[in-house]
Design a protein around this ligand. Structure first.
Ligand code: BTN
Length: 338
């Protein structure tokens, strides 16, 4: 039986969640009808709308009523529990469900310091300070995308975890393809691509703990990015809904990704990246391309794919360089410098 629990939050955010659930349909709602539906006074509703606007934007209010500028879907714990119970691997694990949090990775780190037993998941409808790789901001508007983190203890040493984020990327890409039919590409080390643009990313925070390594694996996946948030994204992006006419249920997709993640972490702890290697290469969007490796020692070369440990192989004038993930970033280059 799945253990979806709300992350403890104030009564105010319970009310905000209910309000957001109603407004997520993108329709116009008259103030008086909304007050009656939610059982609150006009004054209370006005205060809640202000608070919701502050955390989510996306809300247009005038004297007559209110609507959201973009339809969104708030997680319902019952529906999420049902979806998780229908999976094979995730039904036993605790999941902290949050309406509005700083970052699901940071939440798990705090909860672990306070004694949370792991494995455990955190899932949010929105993040205020979602973190991307290399200190970037991860745009996390309300009820539109997936913001998910998993805390897992690996028995293998730190240096045997280098392919973890690649394996996770593959597991997510396969889960998305099974659920939506969309074929995603993978860009080393841990970006998910759709039609040549990034639609998701993975942020792994590691800490060594005696004979094991604790990992917090954060996944951000653009399902339906609202137009008024899109202009704040500092790189070409894609979302799943923009690539298919078929409806995508965020709850069902989230449950399938959670299921795939659990299986992936179990297998990776036993066997590392090797079982994922050939399937990863089928989705590799960099292989055979001219590349620039960014960072202190920027250089160009041709990508020869990844090796069995998940390191990038870059052919340069000096030979084949093996590049580990870490904080390195790569991007396609127009040409290779001699
Ligand atoms: C990247 O830069 O590509 C990684 C993005 C990771 C974003 C996810 S959203 C859930 C989790 N919480 C965060 O603050 N970041 C990760």
């Amino acid at each position: 039986m799945s253990q979806v629990t709300f992350h403890p939050y104030s009564e105010q955010s319970v009310a905000l969640r209910d309000l957001a659930h109603v407004l997520g349909d993108g329709q116009f709602h008259q103030m008086t009808a909304l007050c009656a539906q939610l059982g609150v006074s006009v004054e209370t509703l006005s205060a809640q709308l202000q608070a919701l606007s502050a955390c989510a934007g996306l809300i247009e209010v005038d004297e007559e009523g209110v609507r959201s500028t973009h339809p969104f879907e708030i997680y319902r714990p019952e529906a999420l529990t049902d979806a998780l119970n229908a999976t094979s691997h995730a039904r036993e694990l605790p999941l902290l469900l949050c309406f509005d949090i700083d970052s699901t990775n940071d939440l798990l780190a705090r909860e672990m310091r306070a004694g949370l037993t792991i494995p455990a998941f955190a899932l949010a409808d929105s993040q205020r300070t979602g973190r991307g790789r290399r200190g970037r901001v991860w745009q996390s508007p309300l009820g539109s995308n997936i913001y998910l983190s998993l805390a897992w203890r690996f028995r293998r040493p730190l240096n045997a975890l280098s392919g973890l984020s690649l394996a996770v990327g593959l597991a997510i890409a396969e889960a998305i393809e099974a659920e939506t039919g969309l074929a995603l590409g993978l860009k080393w080390p841990n970006d998910l691509f759709l039609g040549g643009r990034k639609c998701g990313g993975i942020l792994v925070d590691l800490s060594v703990d005696r004979d094991s390594v604790k990992a917090i694996i954060g996944i951000g996946l653009n399902v339906g990015m609202p137009g008024d948030v899109a202009h704040s994204i500092d790189q070409p992006w894609a979302d799943l809904r923009g690539a298919t006419e078929n409806p995508i249920c965020r709850t069902s997709l989230t449950a399938h990704i959670i299921d795939a993640l659990v299986l992936c972490c179990q297998r990776f702890d036993q066997s590392g990246f090797t079982p994922y290697w050939s399937r990863w290469r089928e989705r590799d969007i960099l292989r055979g391309k001219a590349l620039m490796v960014l960072g202190d020692n920027a250089r160009t070369g041709y990508c020869e794919g990844v090796n069995e440990e998940g390191a990038l192989l870059l052919r340069t004038a000096e030979g084949v360089e093996v590049i580990q993930g870490g904080e390195v970033s790569v991007r396609p280059a127009d040409r290779v410098e001699p």
